[in-house]
Each structure stands twice: as C-alpha cells, then as structure tokens.
Design a protein around this ligand. Structure first.
Ligand code: GLV
Ligand code: MN
Ligand code: MN
Length: 417
C-alpha cells in the first residue's frame, strides 16, 4: 500500500539543511535562533508546504507541518525531531527524524490511502542545550515545564534571555500559555532518530525500537580552593581546586560503572579552570556533570552517593564544593501498544530490528508526558554522534522511514491505543 521511502529524498533534504552551518570547516553547528538555524527553519517550512502540509509555529518556535486526516477534529498523531545541533556536530542527529517524518508523510499522501487522524511532523525548538544550557526547550514547554517566567531567567553566554530573543524574532509571547499540550490532545507520537551508539551496527541490524529513553540530571559544580604559587606552595599546604575536581570526576566515573541499572552514564564535559595558568595552583574550577539513567531511582541513589563523596573530598582537601542543579529529568518508558505496532511494521516490511534503550535523551522524553510515545532508531556508524564524524547511511534512514510511515498510518486509523 505504501511505497518504499526514497533514500535520495532524505539525502537531498539532509544535505541542504547541512548547508545552514556556522562551522562548515569543522562539522555542523546550528545553534538556536542564530542565522543558519533561522534559515534552516525557513527551508524546512518551505519544504513542508511543497509536500502539501499546513504549517504553523507556536510561541517558542516549535514548527508543525500537518497532513490533514479525514477527521481533523480527532487528536493527531505526531512525529518529528529537531534541527539545532551541538557545537561541531554531524548532520544527522535530529535532522534524520525531521526529514524522515517529512518523507513518511509524503509516502502516506502519495499512497492516496484514507486515514482518520491528522498526522503532524514537528520540529521541536532547541533539543540541544547549546545556547541556553537547558535541553528540549520546545518539548519541555509543551509538557508545561518551561513557563514564560522561566524564559526570562534562561540566559545565553552573552547574557541575552530566551524571552528577549523570542520577542526580537516576533514570537507572540501573549500566546505562550497556549504551548502546553493537555493529555488527550495528541493521540500518539513516534520519533525517528539516529542511534548514537554502536549496538545496531554490531548486530548488523538496520532498525532499533526504543523501549526506554534515559533522562539527564545536570549540575554545574563550583570548586573553590586557594589560588597560589605553583612552586612556592608545598604539596601538603595546597588547596588545589583542579585536583579536587579531578577526584570528583573519577569518583563519578566509578559510581557510574558500579551502578546497577540496565543503562546509565556520567560525564564531565565542560571544565573551566581559574586562572588557567601554567605556574598557578587553580583557585577555582567550574565544571559540568551530566548523569543519565534509564531508571530515576538508581540515578537518585548515585547522586546521593556522589554528594557524600564530595563532602569527604571537601574535608580532605580543604576546598568548598557548590553543586548547582540545572535539571533533574525523568526517564521515559515507551508505550507498549506503539512498541507492538512498530514491531509488526518491521515484520511486515521484512526489516530486522532490535528492542533497545536510548542513552541519549530526545524530545520524546517530554512529549511522553502528555501522550504515549515510542522511537525508531537507525544505526550510527561506529556509534559516533555529537561529532563531525557522525554518519548514518541514507538507505538505513529510508528503512527506518518505512517502519515509521506504516506505523503512523496505523495509528492514524486507530480509535484507541
Ligand atoms: C542529546 O543530544 C543528548 O545529549 O542526549
Ligand atoms: Mn544531540
Ligand atoms: Mn537529537
């Protein structure tokens, strides 16, 4: 009934989006509401219109492209992902799910088959925390966890608030309260994404079905010691903020390795050493901690353990450690009925698959708070992502789209889950 997805459509869209890039010399950088990101948004909206989708945008810039069903008053089915990136990223993380959603809707439209519920492809605003330090801004606001008040507090590195940026771009902040989505307003959502791990590649499988999305807890850590002379201060007299930070990082790594949950990670990714000089003992260090887990409880336990260890390091090294919690998100369990629909779609299409956990977070983590969700993964070469080396074969994305399109169509004709 549905034709197979065309890898060349996916490739053309991804390559064109990739031309909107502020670091063409090293990977892809498309930060929220910078020139290339705004241009990419316009391009995607134009392409959605060319497909015959009705396009609208909410007050935080979430973009909706709607293929209208026979009963548009019914709750719609959603797909989609994001087009913003981390610094020096690749061209697939997020984009595969946006153009994959567009290709799925193209296939459904082309088939001429009837479907009741409208199907929408969404571009969620700023899944990456690159500009404002907080991830999933668009889907977080949809889930009611980012208010207009919050947008006044979120600042980028130049001290500009999200609120002021939205205002400058002409978003109607009087309608900010309309962003949250109530339960029942969306029927179901399925996001296609690159795996960002090497499990599918290792097993030689083209598709993954995600059962759980790990959620991050992020801290900014400020360690204060005593800035002093690197030669003049004896080893036993120093209060080295960097050595203390390293000890915290290694303890964190150890706790993550020992954690009993099925999948968890812990990362120190950003480090600022003050004053950052060869012959000065660092007096202050600021660094980030990113902890992920597929279970909330084990994540909380790990954090409690880490806090105890930090108190010991403070005593031992004579430093003060301030832990600033940025967010504490809850892992998302995908919906069992949608998982079955995805399994059946794979089997019908003869596409081998595996069921897996997503270590990365996705907008579906927040979308899942107001509607049942699941995800389709396609393989990442060598498991690499958030890097210029990120790669997924276009034909694998096309297989993921075949599964996605069939599943969206089935959901669009379902009365209940
Ligand atoms: C999303 O990009 C993540 O960091 O998981
Ligand atoms: Mn990402
Ligand atoms: Mn992503």
């Amino acid at each position: 009934m549905l034709n197979r997805a065309k890898a060349e459509n996916i490739q053309n869209w991804i390559e064109k989006i990739n031309t909107y890039n502020s670091t063409p010399e090293f990977g892809t950088t498309r930060v929220l509401f910078t020139e290339p990101e705004i241009a990419a948004r316009e391009y995607v909206k134009d392409e959605m219109r060319k497909l015959g989708l009705a396009v609208r945008e909410d007050s935080i810039g979430n973009i909706f492209g709607t293929l209208v069903g026979n009963n548009p008053e019914l709750a719609p089915v959603w797909t989609g992902s994001h087009i913003d990136t981390v610094l020096n990223a690749g061209m697939f993380d997020g984009m595969a799910g946006v153009v994959g959603g567009m290709e799925a809707l193209r296939l459904i439209k082309e088939s001429g088959v009837n479907f009741d519920r409208s199907i929408e492809v969404i571009v969620y605003t700023s899944e990456e925390p690159t500009r404002f330090g907080l991830c999933c801004l668009g889907s977080r606001a949809m889930a009611g966890h980012l208010t207009l008040e919050d947008t006044k507090k979120l600042e980028d590195k130049d001290g500009k608030t999200l609120e002021s940026v939205l205002k400058e771009l002409g978003y109607n902040l009087n309608k900010f309260e309309d962003i949250p989505v109530k339960k029942g307003e969306v029927f179901a959502a399925v996001e296609l994404h690159v795996e960002q791990n090497n499990k599918l590649e290792k097993k030689g499988l083209p598709v993954g079905i995600v059962k759980t999305i790990c959620a991050p807890t992020n801290f900014t850590v400020e360690v204060t010691g005593c800035q002093s002379h690197a030669g003049g201060t004896s080893m036993e007299d120093r209060r080295d903020a960097y050595a203390a930070s390293c000890e915290i990082a290694l303890i964190l790594e150890d706790l993550a390795l020992k954690c009993s949950s099925e999948y968890n990670t812990a990362t120190v990714g950003r480090v600022e050493v003050i004053p950052n000089a060869v012959n000065v003992i660092p007096g202050k260090v600021r660094f980030s901690i990113d902890i992920r887990d597929c279970e909330f409880e084990t994540k909380v336990e790990l954090i409690e353990e880490l806090k105890k260890e930090i108190r010991k390091i403070e005593d031992k090294r004579g430093v003060q450690v301030k832990l600033i919690n940025e967010n504490n998100d809850i892992p998302m369990k995908c919906d069992a009925t949608i998982l079955n629909i995805l399994r059946n779609s794979c089997e019908d299409k003869g596409i081998p698959y595996d069921v897996m956990i997503s270590g990365a977070y996705h907008d579906s983590m927040f979308v899942g708070e107001f509607t049942p969700v699941a995800m389709v993964f396609v393989p990442s070469k060598n498991g690499i992502s958030h890097s210029p080396e990120e790669w997924t074969d276009f034909k694998d994305i096309a297989l993921g789209v075949d599964v996605l399109a069939k599943s969206l169509l089935e959901l669009a004709n379902k009365k209940e889950l």
